[in-house]
Design a protein around this ligand. Structure first.
Ligand SMILES: Nc1ncnc2c1ncn2[C@@H]1O[C@H](COP(=O)(O)O)[C@@H](OP(=O)(O)O)[C@H]1O
Ligand SMILES: [Mg+2]
Length: 274
């Protein structure tokens, strides 16, 4: 598309052991990958503000995917990858370690300069569990990752606040808000909504109606590391590296709200949400 290529490789000082082992542990690598992909995306926004939104979305998805795939290939060549922007490789189902990545979450918001509610997700699943994760919020200038679990900040005063998709809010969340006397806070990106719970600006992120493993893996890893509740909206566990990567709903919330939210959601969704 005629943009200068940005050099954002993770430096050799960070990555090269000069020997066998890579000195970056998985969580630090996740942070650095999300950070560096975020820089690629910020540079693209600086270089291409005149691009049509669809071209900005497509180029952002592509550039970030290329960057993450190259860096994972360099640092963790033996690991599998499940990405929103790559063909699914079924060999991941027999792998012990699978990186689950969303190179650009909140793609729509990324294309709406100067919106800040978009993210890069990098998570590692190992032997049945999410073991590391990073959510970069490049336009906000930070990255939250499991190498240094973020503190759960005190909640803002006032009514319960629920983060919800600004473009695809699930119908039952409006009923949930009425029932709880809660305020809905629409924003883009699953990663931004999940980390808004950590920031204390909302109390919960509730979603239903469709999503994929890459939308929630890194946000859930980071949220768990800070002590948040994470589950499907029926309270069952979120499972990753499944043959079908659809993972259509989730609840991420401050732990003290989990039981109440789950019981009200159950009442409201009886027989409706699968
Ligand atoms: N009903 C649905 N079906 C499939 N994906 C959905 C969805 N609702 C939200 N998502 C995905 O979840 C992410 C956050 O969405 P939202 O900002 O609306 O909350 C987006 O990821 P991408 O931007 O990576 O595509 C979006 O595509
Ligand atoms: Mg996504």
């Amino acid at each position: 598309m005629g943009f200068p290529q940005v050099r954002n490789e993770i430096s050799e000082q960070d990555s090269s052991s000069g020997g066998d082992a890579d000195p970056l542990d998985d969580a630090r690598l996740a942070r650095r990958l999300a950070d560096s992909a975020g820089r690629v995306l910020l540079q693209l926004r600086r270089d291409g503000p005149d691009l049509e939104p669809d071209a900005l979305k497509a180029t952002g998805d592509l550039r970030s995917q290329q960057h993450l795939a190259a860096e994972l290939g360099r640092h963790r060549p033996a690991d599998s990858v499940l990405s929103e922007e790559a063909t699914d490789d079924a060999t991941r189902l027999a792998a012990d370690r699978v990186w689950i990545i969303d190179p650009l979450d909140g793609t729509r918001e990324f294309s709406e300069i100067p919106r800040e509610d978009w993210a890069v997700h990098v998570a590692l699943w190992e032997a049945g569990e999410l073991v590391a994760g990073a959510v970069a919020r490049p336009a906000m200038g930070d990255t939250l990752a499991t190498d240094e679990p973020p503190a759960l900040r005190p909640r803002a005063e006032g009514p319960i606040r629920l983060a919800v998709s600004r473009t695809r809010p699930p119908a039952f969340v409006t009923a949930l808000a009425e029932r709880l006397d809660a305020e809905l806070v629409p924003m883009g990106s699953a990663g931004v909504k999940a980390t808004a719970v950590l920031d204390g600006t909302v109390d919960a992120y509730v979603h239903a109606g469709g999503q994929f493993e890459w939308d929630s893996a890194a946000p859930v890893a980071v949220a768990r590391s800070a002590g948040l509740h994470t589950s499907r909206i029926d309270g069952s566990p979120l499972r990753y590296n499944q043959s079908d990567p659809r993972l259509p709903d989730l609840l991420i919330c401050r732990p003290e709200y989990a039981d109440h939210l789950l019981s009200v959601i159950e009442e409201l969704t009886e027989g409706e949400v699968q």
